[in-house]
Ligand binder design. Structure first.
Ligand code: ADP
Ligand code: MG
Ligand code: MG
Length: 199
């Protein structure tokens, strides 16, 4: 079973990976965006970490809702409301339980990813974070390590895609040949999940 401390470790591990890779994320956002994805997430996850140090919610659901709210209120770019929605809706789906099973987490994450698709209108193949998140959720039934591998493959698979959502879509064909920054950061979120699970 996964308790609030597991979720705290997931989110702080994500924050650490964002710090480690902030420059790479911003560099990926340079040719097909406005070169701020790393700094956007750095600002967001620093705020999340500070909020969790001040107040550590006692349930998985409340912890994810708090983290999601911080992202929405501190990240100006498209990724803030999208990641914020992912965490808030996943948290809401987990309800008020003190501990949840791996299966419940997989189900709740699917709800969260579907909410991101509803909010942003992206479907798989549009060269967005969805291209890492959907395969990860599909693989989570097997294992956390399988989800991490699926997210990484999903992020790499965005390179030949033409962007249909977000800033990169303004480039049309010229968006082809670059890995999507948001799919890359989504793979970090999933890698942190596997890390928190000891995989
Ligand atoms: P901005 O584009 O506002 O500067 P960021 O650079 O922080 O925001 O985030 C860009 C990332 O957000 C993209 O690489 C993409 O993965 C994701 N993204 C943008 N628009 C959408 C959307 N409508 N649906 C899903 N993901 C999106
Ligand atoms: Mg950007
Ligand atoms: Mg921006």
């Amino acid at each position: 079973m996964l308790d609030a401390d597991f979720f705290r470790r997931w989110i702080t591990a994500t924050a650490a990976l964002v710090e480690r890779d902030a420059e790479r994320l911003t560099a990926l956002d340079s040719p097909i965006g406005d070169a701020d994805h790393g700094s956007n997430l750095q600002r967001g996850f620093r705020a999340v970490t500070a909020a969790l140090e001040k107040e550590a919610p006692g349930t998985p659901g409340a912890l994810l809702v708090l983290a999601g709210r911080q992202l929405v209120s501190t990240v100006g770019g498209a990724s803030g409301p999208l990641y914020g929605t992912l965490l808030r809706r996943t948290g809401k789906a987990l309800g008020e339980a003190a501990e949840v099973s791996e299966g419940q987490l997989a189900e709740a994450l699917r709800t969260g990813v579907e909410a991101v698709m509803t909010l942003g209108g992206a479907v798989p193949g549009d060269k967005t974070m969805i291209d890492a998140l959907v395969p990860a959720v599909d693989a989570l039934g097997d294992s956390f390590a399988a989800a991490r591998a699926a997210a990484e493959q999903g992020a790499e698979a965005t390179t030949p895609m033409r962007a249909r959502k977000g800033r990169a879509s303004y480039l049309g064909e010229r968006s082809i040949g670059h890995q999507d920054p948001g799919a890359t950061s989504a793979a970090l979120l999933v890698a942190a999940l596997a890390e928190a699970h000891g995989e």
